[in-house]
Design a protein around this ligand. Structure first.
Ligand code: ADP
Ligand code: MG
Length: 252
């Protein structure tokens, strides 16, 4: 890798489900520390695109590269499993519905992957869990079960769980969409804190105000393409495309 190697580089991404083409030749390069928002109507392919970045939804065409390593490499099964387990440690993902393991405590949720995938001792994994929970303001809930937490608290634990793997980039897929309105802010605050620490992030969101306040760049997606991209000041205040303007009229 040299200085010119892009941090995260998605080249000519395509994805079809049968005859339905949901990602149509999207290329995106993200710099280290950059924060990119993806906005767009429901069904435009935002989640599919995000999930393709760590190969959860493998692309049908194109390549994803992270720091000079191809994520969606074609490899024999065993080698692929080893490879993808490795690269996914670098790519944290947070979903709309938290996806905490319901039968594990907060501590158990956070220590599981570092123990299993990184071979951390109980003591080291516990220390890591405490650090990451402190980061999201949830240290006092370390021995709670997920069912004892509010939606906002669950999402903060899910973020801490992703951070515990020390990822190079964090992907957020509508992290606040399932929350009651009064719980949105506590999760947004955590994302803002990560932004201030220069975490590289790609954030799919319906919250235009939030996107405008934290993101360096905004992509507007519609029907599987990036219709328009630019700094928030341009996309939200002075978009070029009629499709972007139409969407924003309904969502700003
Ligand atoms: P968004 O996140 O922007 O709402 P999605 O990426 O979820 O959009 O979906 C994009 C399109 O792909 C939609 O038409 C959706 O119905 C379709 N789609 C998503 N996942 C699947 C799947 N597993 N099988 C078939 N079609 C899918
Ligand atoms: Mg989605």
């Amino acid at each position: 890798m040299n200085d010119k190697t892009p941090f995260l580089d998605i080249r000519h991404a395509r994805k079809s489900y049968g005859s339905l083409e949901v990602i149509k030749d999207i290329s995106l390069t993200v710099d280290r520390g950059e924060i990119v928002a993806i906005i767009g109507p429901s069904g435009s392919g935002k989640s599919t695109f995000l999930r393709a970045i760590n190969d959860l939804d493998p692309l049908t065409g194109g390549e994803v590269w992270l720091e000079g390593t191809q994520v969606n490499k074609k490899l024999p099964h065993r080698q692929y499993e080893k490879h993808i387990n490795q690269v996914r440690q670098d790519i944290g993902m947070v979903f709309q519905h938290f996806n905490l393991f319901p039968h594990l405590s907060v501590r158990g949720n956070i220590t599981l992957a570092p123990k299993m995938l990184k071979g951390l001792s109980d003591a080291d994994a516990n220390k890591l869990a405490e650090e990451q929970l402190d980061r999201v303001g949830m240290l006092d809930r370390i021995d709670f079960m997920p069912s004892q937490l509010s939606g906002g608290q669950k999402q903060r634990v899910a973020i801490a769980r992703a951070l515990a793997m020390k990822p190079k980039v964090m992907l957020f897929d509508e992290a606040t969409s399932a929350l009651d309105p009064e719980l949105v802010e506590e999760v947004n605050q955590v994302m803002k804190k990560l932004a201030s620490e220069h975490m590289t992030m790609i954030i799919v969101t319906h919250e235009m105000g939030f996107a405008e306040s934290v993101c360096d760049r905004v992509l507007f997606m519609d029907q599987g393409v990036v219709v328009e991209e630019g700094p928030p000041s341009v996309i939200f205040r002075n978009p070029e495309s009629e499709r972007t303007r139409n969407f924003l009229r309904k969502h700003l």
